[in-house]
Design a protein around this ligand. Structure first.
Ligand SMILES: [Zn+2]
Length: 144
C-alpha cells in the first residue's frame, strides 16, 4: 500500500530532509504549523506508537533532541517547542506512518492545546487509584 512517508524515507519522493540516521529520517512538514516544523519519521513502516519497533522508538527522541538544538542554534524563532505524536484518527493522525512533530513555539503564535470542559479540577483519588491499577495490571500481563 502506498505510504507517503515510506516513499520519502526511500527517497522516491523528494522532501526537505534535515536529519537522517540508521533508524529515522527527519524532514520539513509541508504544511507547517509554525516556521521550522519538522517531522521525525522511522524508516521502517509502523502505523503508530503501538507498532514501532523498540529500536525505532528509541531513535526518535535523540533525533528530536538534535533537531531541537539545531532549531535553537539556527536563528529561527524558537522560544520553545512542542513534541507531538498523534496515534489514531481520533487523536488527529492523518498520515498513518508513525511520526513525531517538532513544532517551534513563540509567544502569540496562535497554536496550543485545547482542554476539555471541566479541566483544572483535581482527579478523584479513588478513581485515580483504580485507573492506575488497570494500567499496572495490563503492564504486568504483558511484559516489555
Ligand atoms: Zn510508511
Amino acid at each position: 500500500m502506498f505510504c507517503i512517508f515510506c516513499e520519502i524515507a526511500a527517497k522516491r519522493i523528494p522532501a526537505q530532509i534535515v536529519y537522517e540516521d540508521g533508524e529515522v529520517i527527519a524532514f520539513m512538514d509541508l504544511m507547517p504549523i509554525t516556521k521550522g516544523h519538522v517531522l521525525v519519521v522511522p524508516k521502517v513502516h509502523a502505523e503508530n506508537l503501538y507498532e514501532l519497533t523498540p529500536a525505532a522508538a528509541a531513535a526518535m527522541i535523540p533525533a528530536a533532541q538534535k533537531i531541537a538544538a539545531a532549531l535553537r542554534a539556527s536563528g529561527l524563532p524558537c522560544e520553545g517547542l512542542n513534541l507531538q505524536m498523534a496515534n489514531g484518527k481520533v487523536a488527529g493522525q492523518s498520515v498513518f506512518h508513525a511520526h513525531l512533530h517538532i513544532i517551534p513555539r513563540n509567544a502569540g503564535d496562535g497554536f496550543g492545546l485545547r482542554f476539555p470542559p471541566g479541566y483544572g479540577r483535581e482527579a478523584d483519588k479513588e478513581e485515580l487509584t483504580a485507573t492506575a491499577e488497570r494500567i499496572r495490571t495490563a503492564l504486568a500481563a504483558k511484559p516489555a
